[in-house]
Design a protein around this ligand. Sequence first.
Ligand code: NIG
Length: 404
Amino acid sequence: MTADQGDGGDQADGGDQAAVLIDGIGRLVTNDPTLGTGLLGVLGNAWVVVRAGSVEAVGTGTAPSADRRIDVAGRCVLPGFVDSHSHLVFAGDRADEFAARMAGSPYAAGGIRTTVAATGAASTADLRSRSAALLAEVYRAGTTTIEIKSGYGLTSTDEARLLGVAAELTTETTFLGAHVVPPEFDGRADHYVELVCTEMLAAAAPHARWIDAFCEQGAFDADQCRAVLLAGRDAGLGMRLHANQLGHGPGVKLAVELGCASADHCTYLSDVDIEALVGGATVATFLPATDFSTRQPYPDARRLLDAGGVAALATNCNPGSSFTTSMSFCIALAVREMRMTIDEAIWSATAGGAAALRRSDIGRLVVGARGDLAVLETTNPIDLVYRPGVPLIHATIVGGEPFR
Ligand code: NIG
């Protein structure tokens, strides 16, 4: 990939209003089937013009002139990945817990408390520098939008602190005070839920766009999750829910009933869950790197998609159940283990993630969308699955600017 000044001026003159032409695109995934072929709306020999952070024009053949030019030399370009589920702000790691799992120990929600203790002991400066380093890894892996949850604080002060750090990194921040019951509330889960719905929510809401809860045995039941989500909604937050991760349960149905943007995990889906998702406005967000890392079965995405449901793919980056930032890895797992087609998996990691965040300005490369692009090393998007484990992101372009 080469970058040069075009015939219209230079970066200093153009400032934010400069037109940036990305051309030499062998295959462009637009995610708009009216623009190109198939579900992904693929265009050959294509170009994109970005101005002031947004796509101004998309086309094929002869490219218009612009202030600056980035020639991607025949490579494939996708919309930047949209990672709609992560827990990026934390301290410590749980490598030993992972190794024990690989030797046969089961995953349990209670491990979250280990990270809560490590995170509580970390300074804010330390949390900032760890999460900024992880965010750089996220961008290098082709992701241009990431959602970040709290949930390793579990006190009003610490949940607000984690969300404050997250809000420095993304606008897609989620308050997850109802992640697990902290030890000081053992046997008094309802008292903890009351705290989450009142004082903790008041401290967290100024830094959050979303509210979430972990609906699972060992975490919170449906009534507790309903109370938390509705309190968040009344405080102006959008709703999402961790549902059906470790077993069948009421989470997916609750998420749909409340109109959550997303039900996340969906590892266990009954026919009733699928019917609810298909009839509702909730995206099923699959997190296959979690099922990989916790030795869970993989979700039956095929059943949901064949029934007409909408799916997103996300990393769930966290130190306990899924310590990866790689959307490419999730795409490969979704195809190999969840029977998604390659196009469905790529769509779910881009446009699907955007739908799970209720955003129409990302996950697509169309006029008016953000100029967020992932440039592959190769010419063919199939390589994301065909060449698993190989770093295939040549460059990430955010709002028209290459990420460095
Ligand atoms: O999505 N399920 C709840 N939260 C995380 C796990 C976090 C942890 O184990 O630390 C998840 O898998």
